[in-house]
Design a protein around this ligand. Structure first.
Ligand code: PHE
Length: 490
């Protein structure tokens, strides 16, 4: 018997269903646990298949429909009992009792499409990236599942639309000059990510708290500047690199551990600055400012712009561009004149250059009125269908806002505690259903122990969450926080 859902996907040995209609063969079920993340009908399931569903669950062994089935241990026992009963009765039970295993059911909601992904023609397998037993690796499954999504390559996705408008700006201003790259692998060496762009050895961005390490030598790039060195060594002097970048971070409406950046880079020769009657640095700085002011106007219309001084390890001078938009100064991008050392070390000595890096989500949220960064990852047609390739002017119309649910957690922290680690635990359990994690209280007692209280906001952008789900998430967060973060719950 075959039945219809969509997107069945095999993650290790388990079968997950993330939404509707795709055929699967029932033989798969005999050796695999089956999870379903949305409305499945018990009637459609083969006999003795156990379906765990996010809102309603069905024990097909006894045909029982139970709301609590997927999250309680007692329901695990219930299913086992039913299956044994079935086998005793001689019914052809396809799911053997021993195949019913329990683990965190929220994984269904976070499940990915594959155990390997492809970026720019290169296959990246889960085992290469996620190594739970390796202390030099801190990449969770939730991150692996997003590698290869390439949102910026979808022409009708807000990030793809924005990327293409920026490409057009450069094509018109400098016909045929800029090389564009948008599918370079996000897996880079620490040399590329940090050393090549002169990030000091004690810079915070190198810490395990801030960056995803695959091993002590390899990371998921935390900025597109990671490609500057290699591009220059390969002889490119005018390039735009866009891609997904990864940073361990707090959780709120504007922060997500994966986002997208575009890097721009242009080299100048002594000939060019002599012709302009300027020194190399002044020419680069002037040209940089002109190009980016033009870009800001192209994106935002005739807005006021201003430059502020900034710091980046790879540029000097460094600037930030701000625009006056909706009554506020808004930071748009970081940039500067590339440090000589980078050019000399990478085969472009005796020249000057400018570089900029901009966050695509940050700009797209403003341009398309997108209120929450999680929406970029949504496959809900109520989001995706609102955008059209090539159209920057569209404003997102929120579909109904579902109610938030707040849960607090308090604990005594250990010396090693960091907020980013807590956020990762919460995301590992609730995925994109967590909207915000914020510190609401903090104190140190007479014995010198420090207590933190965090408020976790759970909210789906697509539906109302049930109390059962939230309680399940929160109970798991408490358990995992204690286990993984070495904190003492209060
Ligand atoms: N890499 C910087 C960041 O991620 C942005 C940047 C790129 C700044 C190039 C200057 C030059 O914040």
């Amino acid at each position: 018997m075959a039945m219809a859902y969509t997107s069945w996907s095999l993650l290790s040995t388990r079968l997950f269903c993330t939404n509707k209609a795709k055929r699967y063969s029932s033989s798969l079920l005999s050796s695999t646990d089956l999870f379903c993340a949305n409305k499945a009908t018990a009637a459609a399931a083969p006999a003795a298949t156990v379906l765990y569903c996010s809102s309603n669950c069905f024990c097909c062994a006894c045909n029982g429909r139970r709301r609590d089935l997927w999250w309680s241990w007692s329901s695990g026992k219930h299913i086992l009992r039913c299956l044994k009963q079935l086998q005793r009765n001689g019914t052809k039970a396809r799911a053997r009792a021993s195949s019913v295993r329990w683990d965190n059911p929220s994984k269904r909601l976070l499940s990915t499409a594959a155990s390997a992904v492809e970026v720019g023609g290169v296959t990246i397998s889960r085992d290469e990236v996620v190594k739970e037993e390796d202390p030099t690796n801190n990449v969770p499954d939730t991150i692996f599942s997003k590698i290869g999504m390439q949102l910026h390559k979808r022409p009708d996705h807000p990030l793809g639309i924005l990327k293409n408008v920026i490409y057009n700006h450069f094509d018109e201003r400098y016909p045929g000059l800029f090389h564009k790259f948008d599918d370079l692998s996000p897996i880079v060496s620490i040399k590329e990510n940090f050393d090549d762009v002169l990030v000091p050895s004690d810079h915070v961005s190198r810490s395990y708290n801030d960056t995803y390490y695959i091993n002590s030598e390899t990371v998921l790039r935390c900025h597109t500047s990671a490609h500057q060195g290699q591009m220059l060594r390969d002889g490119y002097t005018h390039f735009l690199v866009s891609g997904d970048v990864y940073r361990r971070d707090a959780i709120d409406a504007t922060h997500y551990p994966i986002f997208h950046q575009m890097e721009g880079f242009r080299v100048f020769t002594p000939n060019e600055w002599e012709k302009a009657g300027l020194d190399g640095t002044t020419l680069a700085a002037n040209e940089l400012k002109e190009t980016l002011e033009g870009l800001a106007k192209r994106l935002f219309g005739n807005v006021e712009t201003r430059w502020t001084d900034s710091y980046f390890p790879f540029t000097d001078p460094s600037y930030e561009l701000e625009i006056f938009f909706k009554e506020k100064w808004l930071e748009v991008l970081g940039c500067g004149v590339t440090k000589q050392e980078i050019l000399t070390d990478n085969g472009q000595g005796g020249k000057t250059a400018w570089a900029f890096g901009l966050g695509l989500e940050r700009l797209a949220m403003v341009l398309f009125d997108i209120p929450d960064i999680r929406l970029f990852w949504s496959s809900d047609p109520r989001f995706t269908a609102q955008f059209t390739a090539g159209q920057l002017g569209i404003k997102f119309k929120p579909f109904s806002k579902f109610p938030p649910c707040y849960k607090d957690i308090s604990f005594w922290i250990s010396d090693a505690f960091t907020e980013n680690n807590l956020c990762e635990v919460v995301r590992g359990i609730a995925g994109d259903l967590v909207e915000e994690v914020s510190l609401i209280d903090k104190f140190t007692n007479k014995k010198g122990m420090t207590s933190h209280c965090y408020r976790i906001t759970y909210r789906s952008m697509e539906r109302s969450l049930t109390d059962d789900e939230i309680n399940f998430f929160q109970a798991n967060v408490r358990e995992e926080a204690q286990k993984k973060l070495n904190v003492i719950l209060r």
